[in-house]
Design a protein around this ligand. Sequence first.
Ligand SMILES: C[S@@+](CC[C@H](N)C(=O)[O-])C[C@H]1O[C@@H](n2cnc3c(N)ncnc32)[C@H](O)[C@@H]1O
Length: 263
Amino acid sequence: MDVRANQVIDRVWSTLNPFAPIRDPLLALFHPYHYGQGENIESRVRATEFVGRLPRTVERFASPYLIRHWTVGQALPSGLYLEFGVAGGLSTNQIARSILQRVPEGRLYGFDTFEGLPEHWRTGVEAGEYAQTEIPRVEPNVTLVEGRFEKTLVPFLAGHDRAAAFVHIDCDLYSSTRFVLSTLLEEGRLRAGSIILFDELFNYPGWHRNGEYRALEELFPTPTLTYEFIAVAPFFGRASVRLVDARSSVGENGRPSTVPTVR
Ligand SMILES: C[S@@+](CC[C@H](N)C(=O)[O-])C[C@H]1O[C@@H](n2cnc3c(N)ncnc32)[C@H](O)[C@@H]1O
């Protein structure tokens, strides 16, 4: 099943949002997302191990919609809500609606070139994937920031002085994820309490060596910040983390016990 077919399925399911509590367990049964691409056995085994090592306190979700909605609910009401990777606006609009339920004046800033991935990601997902023919229609509480993150993020931060309450990483690539997270760190916009939701953290061929996971592992812990997993949608490879003060949460290997080691 190719990426576009999956997007169509997600779009159809997302129109049934009001029925999410009934719909989502069904989604987990029938949605052929990453498990359909599981030709790489090692990656699947590592994904299973990864989920198995997460503490029982980490919330489990059977659907992309529910993990997004719940994770937004964990974010601090004040602070920036940011999404990296908007494409057709599916997750953008879902997240924007979830924000409004929590923060009536909340705004989501969505970053993208709308030209698709700037480089090859993995087998079957080449540069240009997710390119849009037009800028997507988004909810009124979304502001789109068009252009390469590498050009737009620093100027954006110069005009917005708060720290990030919620960051949705849906740009797939190691390079893009690393740029975004390292820039937010350098600019002091990631703090204890910031929430990061990764759309493609694990459970696809090669996930443990590359992509969003590699960027997360390379950048954390810093001398002051580490992270703990708070939610996972194993079937879809999504997971969210809360940043915590590294000095108050040192566990095995210098990591909190909620951070499983995969390698
Ligand atoms: C998987 S798609 C986003 C899907 C979207 N969140 C949804 O739910 O439909 C990934 C997006 O990341 C964008 N992207 C990746 N790296 C980027 C970069 N360095 N600068 C700007 N956009 C980037 C691509 O243009 C692409 O639209």
